[in-house]
Design a protein around this ligand. Structure first.
Ligand code: CUA
Length: 288
């Protein structure tokens, strides 16, 4: 039987496909083969624990495989030499069980403490609130206006026409402004995210922020916060397979100096004449 392509041709096609998809993925500006640059506060601890685990498991793997290979060669079957039966060594067993137990406990306690700091403590009061509602296939973004307050987002009120689930008469929301797929964060200022979904499960994922959070419809996640420490352009990617357009569900995210953020927000703010309506909620005319 003859196959359509030879192995060499298949390999070439695969490499070509990878090259094309790689070219399209673009955006990731830093190291493709290793961790991306970290630009957020919590990223230091996350990277630290990653490296600790990498070194521990790396050293253990090399040690275990070296001993194993040595024993396989040294004690291989030889004519005239009979096998020795061993019951093992209790002292050794206790030592090599006890050490990993302490290591795992230490990792668990440290990891738990970091998680508490990241997700379980109340975000700082001066954090900039930003609403992000995922949908097939894009991101509805909501920023507070001059009052610094975001309209209250309620999961049960989220509809097609009202993706943020806000009450149109909420005074906090009258000066809010929205974007589609465009996020701008001021550097060195805490950002508190209000995440949700309009339809299916999406996930807010920015590798350079070491930040990943699923967004299950029917919930507003108000405990995720971050602080970017460096400016730059990043990609917000959806990280849950959410349908045919999942691959193109990305947003533009830039971290800029505070003054630049203020200027950008000013330019996006609703004009005074339209201030009575929130731009996201179209007025539905009865009887039309
Ligand atoms: Cu939304 Cu994948």
């Amino acid at each position: 039987m003859r196959f359509l392509f030879s192995r060499v041709e298949l390999l070439a096609l695969t490499l070509l496909g990878l090259a094309i998809s790689g070219a399209q993925a673009e955006i990731r500006q830093t190291s493709v083969w290793w961790l991306p640059r970290n630009v957020t506060m919590f990223g230091h601890e996350i990277d630290f624990i990653f490296y600790v685990i990498l070194v521990l498991t790396g050293v253990t793997a090399v040690a275990v495989f070296s001993v194993m290979i040595y024993f396989i060669v040294r004690y291989r079957a030889k004519p005239g030499v009979s096998a020795v039966h061993s019951h093992g060594n209790n002292t050794l067993e206790v030592i090599w069980t006890g050490i990993p137990v302490f290591i795992f406990l230490a990792l668990a306690i440290y990891g738990n403490e970091q998680w508490t700091q990241m997700r379980l403590k109340t975000p700082p009061a001066d954090a900039l609130p930003v609403g992000v509602i995922g949908e097939q296939f894009g991101w509805n973004i909501r920023y507070p206006g001059a009052d610094g307050k975001l309209a209250k987002m309620t999961a049960s009120k989220v509809t097609k026409e009202n993706p943020f689930g806000v009450d149109p008469t909420d005074p906090a929301g009258l000066d809010d402004f929205t974007t589609y797929g465009e996020l701008v964060f001021p550097v060195d200022r805490p950002i508190r995210l209000y995440l949700g979904s309009k339809d299916v499960i999406h996930a807010f994922y920015v590798p350079e922020f070491r930040l990943y959070q699923d967004m299950v419809p029917g919930r507003i996640y108000d405990f995720v916060w971050l602080k970017a420490e460096q400016t730059g352009k990043f990609q917000l990617a959806c990280n849950q397979l959410c349908g045919q357009g999942h691959y193109k569900m990305f947003g533009k995210l830039s971290v800029v100096p505070e003054s630049e953020y203020e200027a950008w927000a000013k330019g996006k703010a609703p004009q005074p004449t339209a201030a009575k309506e929130t731009s996201t909620v179209p007025v539905v005319m009865a009887g039309r």
